[in-house]
Write a protein that binds this ligand. Structure first.
Ligand SMILES: *Cc1c(COP(=O)(O)O)cnc(C)c1O
Length: 385
């Protein structure tokens, strides 16, 4: 079986983890956590990096630090992994689901601007949703598969409508817009090191920020809000969300391989692009001008996607459909969906994730792309019906 997207543990992972075991520093304090944070800050150019137990907990803490209140709205893309929408509900807030651009799979900024202009009004610097009276407190875009929107435009919209920008950068470690790393544009940016991400700690995440007070509060909240001087004094409700040293050790080793991983992901993407060029019926993600993507995951859109999934499985290739849109999940069916044409619905129906582990061989890439090509070229007469 050619796997979809598996970890690549070829560097110092064993050595650094062994060091933790040998020295007994396995838990939430230890030098690897600090070194991992510094490696992330150095690589991304963020002033501060706070290591946490997952991408989801990074997003949760960011919303807490940003002061999202029960009854608020937070705008999230309708096409994303469920964690983006889940964390909004952890706050007692509700997501406003925003449709995507069908070519880039990114939040549709025209639609967002139109919504903010016509359905909210500014009150003391905060946009209030006219119909419900609820504040639209924050915007949490996803840099889908490593792509990014025109960030100047997004920042200008946030500024004009009083939205706090929190970037869900879970998929975009190694992505840059005009030379600036994803997750460093907004008030906070959240990375994930889940097993399928470009680097992994098994489970882990990090909060990037340039704001010292936010970094300090984020770290405090993830360590049970422990007051420094007195034992067992906790000055607010805290969380046990800190990344442990053992996993940070793995993360540090992974960071040493990151530049190679990004180069390999870019080569894998180019391989597929070349193989699919000129084949009717295969559409690839369009990357925004000015973006250097990490190409975290290759997704193509084809009609009769489900048959392609089966065909690949029969030929020992693991593939997966793209996410089910948030507005189709039980938890979010009742939420508002900002959309004109439901592009999310179509992309989610046609999108298929193809194998793109950094360890994949060129021979396996050849196998996958020829299977996809032969399936899609056979389809042509059926299309034309
Ligand atoms: C992976 C992912 C997350 C969640 O990260 P975890 O580390 O698995 O908690 C959140 N948002 C997006 C867009 C993701 O892809």
């Amino acid at each position: 079986m050619i796997p979809l997207c598996v970890p690549n543990l070829i560097g110092n992972e064993w050595a650094y983890i062994k060091d933790c075991l040998d020295t007994n520093w396995v838990s939430a304090t230890g030098q690897y956590v600090n070194r991992f944070e510094k490696a992330l800050a150095d690589y991304t150019g963020a002033r501060y990096a706070v290591a946490v137990s997952s991408g989801t907990t990074a997003l949760h803490i960011s919303l807490l630090v940003a002061g999202v209140q029960p009854g608020d709205f937070v705008i999230v893309p309708n096409l994303t992994f469920v964690a983006t929408a889940n964390v909004v509900t952890y706050m007692g807030a509700r997501p406003l689901l925003l449709d995507i651009d069908p070519d880039t799979y990114l939040p549709d900024l025209d639609l967002l601007e139109d919504f903010l202009e016509t359905q909210t009004r500014l009150l003391n610097g905060v946009s209030v949703h006219t119909k419900t009276g609820c504040p639209v407190r924050a915007l949490m875009p996803v840099h889908t598969l490593g792509n990014m929107v025109q960030m100047e435009r997004m920042l200008a919209l946030c500024d004009r409508f009083g939205l706090t920008l929190i970037e869900d950068t879970a998929e975009a470690l190694g992505s840059f817009y005009k030379g600036q790393h994803a997750g460093t544009f907004g008030r906070m940016g959240c990375l994930s090191f889940n097993g399928n991400k470009i680097i992994t700690t098994g489970s882990g995440g990090i909060i990037l920020t340039n704001n010292e007070a936010d970094a300090r509060r984020a770290k405090h909240l993830t360590m049970q809000a422990k007051a420094s001087a007195v034992e067992y004094l906790h000055d607010e409700v805290g969380y046990n969300y800190r990344l442990v040293n053992l996993l940070a050790a793995m993360g540090l080793a992974q960071m040493e391989s990151l530049p190679d991983f990004v180069r390999r992901k870019q080569a894998i993407n180019q391989y597929y692009l070349d193989a699919f060029a000129g084949i009717e019926g295969i559409r690839c993600q369009r990357i925004t001008d000015g973006v250097s993507s990490n190409y975290w995951h290759v997704v193509i859109c084809v009609s009769r996607r489900d048959e392609l999934l089966t065909y690949l499985a029969e030929n020992n290739v693991e593939s997966r459909p793209l996410w089910i849109p948030m507005n189709r999940l039980p938890a979010f069916r009742q939420d508002r969906y900002i959309s004109r044409h439901d592009h999310t619905g179509r992309i989610a129906q046609e999108g298929i994730m193809l194998p793109c582990s950094t360890s994949i061989s060129d021979a396996d890439l050849e196998t996958v792309s020829s299977l996809v090509c032969s399936f899609c070229t056979q389809l042509t007469p059926v299309h034309a019906r």
